[in-house]
Design a protein around this ligand. Structure first.
Ligand code: GRF
Length: 201
């Protein structure tokens, strides 16, 4: 991996368990990684992702319940921590367009299926895996994509296919998908950080 000169500041935005945040933070603990996790942004102070942040000594910012305020809040946090890449993982609200514009489109998300299949409004978490199971699929996957003002509709950056033949529950599928997410997401974030770094030189 190429040695980075200065690390790109990223923020992770989520409402769930925070297992991806944990993997992204852990991956940044070696010297040859081009990003650092500067802040965790969440919707609940008691969420798993908030606990991951606190446990790792990373600042945690909590958004207000009034979603109309979230756009201004996130852009202020992004400025305070000099954020250049916003990473979504399990964020359960619509991201205001003002945030995407403020960050010059540098906002990515991870989805636990092969988009455009099993995506869109209402398709999140276990629901995705249950729908995949109900349809009798033998493969599913992970999609990392750019975030736009429409749910799960931004251009795809990378997809990885996962064999789920023989898995019998949504929980089992989720476990297999998450283990792929935990290696894929840090790798892609690092590549994007390197590219951002290079674009400055
Ligand atoms: C992940 O499965 C991701 O694909 C989806 O939400 C889940 C977040 O999980 N968007 P975690 O909070 O990172 O454990």
């Amino acid at each position: 991996m190429k040695q980075a000169t200065s690390r790109i500041h990223i923020a992770i935005l989520g409402s769930g368990k925070g297992s991806n945040a944990h993997a992204i933070i852990n991956a940044a603990k070696t010297n040859d990684v081009a990003y650092e996790v500067s802040v965790i942004i969440t919707t609940r102070p008691d969420s798993g992702i908030a606990e991951v942040g606190r446990g790792q000594g990373i600042p945690v910012e909590v958004l207000s319940a009034d979603t109309a305020e979230n756009g201004d809040q996130i852009t202020r946090i992004a400025d305070d921590y000099s954020i250049e890449l916003l990473v979504l993982s399990g964020f359960m609200r619509m991201l205001p367009t003002s945030v995407i514009q403020h960050l010059h489109g540098q906002v990515i998300n991870i989805h636990p299926a092969l988009l455009p299949a099993y995506g869109g409004k209402g398709m999140y978490g276990r629901k995705v895996h249950q729908a995949v199971l109900n349809a009798g699929e033998t493969v599913t996957g992970v999609t990392i994509h750019w975030v736009t003002e429409e749910y799960d509709a931004g251009a795809i950056i990378v997809q990885e296919t996962i064999d789920i033949l023989g898995l019998r529950t949504a929980e089992e599928i989720e476990g297999r998908v998450k283990s792929v997410e935990h290696s894929l997401y840090p790798r892609v974030i690092n590549e994007m950080a390197l590219r951002l770094e290079e674009s400055k030189n």
